[in-house]
Design a binder for this molecule. Structure first.
Ligand code: SAH
Length: 241
């Protein structure tokens, strides 16, 4: 290791320690993923690696988008309650960092999955290319599929077929889009920053399906986690500009 990488790995450890002592980082698998997947590998080219371990969002070049702050990423990962082998949909790929962390956690014991476990959807073509390169660089291209589409319609678009154990939206949305709830498995969890354009509440919804008189009834249990501020989810079932 050269002195630069020693410095980076000690600032990474410092951040992990502080997230742990604040009670934000709790799960071993998440901590291991944060050590394996390096945030500096997902910064825009030309940005200095020391930006990676400040607990702040980092802009992605001129795209107007950001990589979320590490504490927010960890709060979302903890709330998702991820296990090996789970199928996860992310809306808002950005740099690909969050998708790579999820992929690292769910592929831990299933190195040879037949199909990608993580589908991540991005509307900005430049970011689709950027994130795909980043994900390939960390060797997770077989686990993560990056899709260029309007994620407010789910993936496949407008499908009402159950497909995912977990769904995470990493952009501010006025409501949890309809198709995302439809694509969630029974006992599945969706996490999304729900609110207006200035601030949102990170919201966790668990979907339960019950059989009643031969019919399927859906129960959505909602939990409000924390106030937050994300860039907008722009699309048919999100914000329309
Ligand atoms: N998870 C990212 C950060 C997300 S920033 C990371 O780890 O780096 C939010 C992203 O959502 C932006 O890249 C933005 O372009 C994207 N986005 C906004 N509306 C969208 C939509 N309807 N479908 C897919 N992506 C969308």
């Amino acid at each position: 290791m050269n002195s630069g990488s020693v410095e980076i790995s000690s600032s990474r450890e410092r951040l992990l320690r502080s997230l742990r002592s604040e009670g934000i980082l709790k799960t071993k698998g998440i901590e291991e993923a944060l050590r394996k997947i390096h945030r500096e590998d997902f910064l825009w080219s030309g940005d200095h690696a020391t930006l990676a371990y400040l607990d702040e969002p980092v802009p992605l070049g001129e795209t107007g988008q950001t990589i979320s702050a590490p504490h927010m990423v960890v709060i979302m990962l903890e709330a998702l309650d991820l296990y090996s082998g789970m199928k996860v949909l992310e809306i808002g790929t950005g740099s690909g960092y969050n998708a790579a962390l999820i992929a690292q956690i769910v592929s831990d014991e299933v190195k040879e999955a037949m199909e990608p476990l993580v589908i991540t959807v991005e509307r900005d073509e430049k970011l689709v290319e950027f994130a795909s390169r980043n994900i390939a660089r960390v060797g997770l291209e077989k686990v993560v599929k990056v899709v260029h589409a309007d994620g407010t319609l789910g993936y496949p678009e407008r499908s009402e077929t159950i497909a995912y154990d977990r769904i995470i939206v990493t952009a501010a949305t006025p409501r949890v889009p309809y198709y995302l709830l439809k694509q969630l498995k029974a006992n599945g969890i969706v996490i999304a920053p729900v609110g207006n354009l200035s601030f949102q509440t990170l919201t966790k919804i668990r979907r339960t399906l019950k059989q009643e008189d031969g019919k399927e009834r859906e129960i959505l249990e909602k939990e409000k986690l924390i106030e937050c501020m994300f860039v907008p989810l722009i699309g048919e079932q999100g914000y329309r500009f």
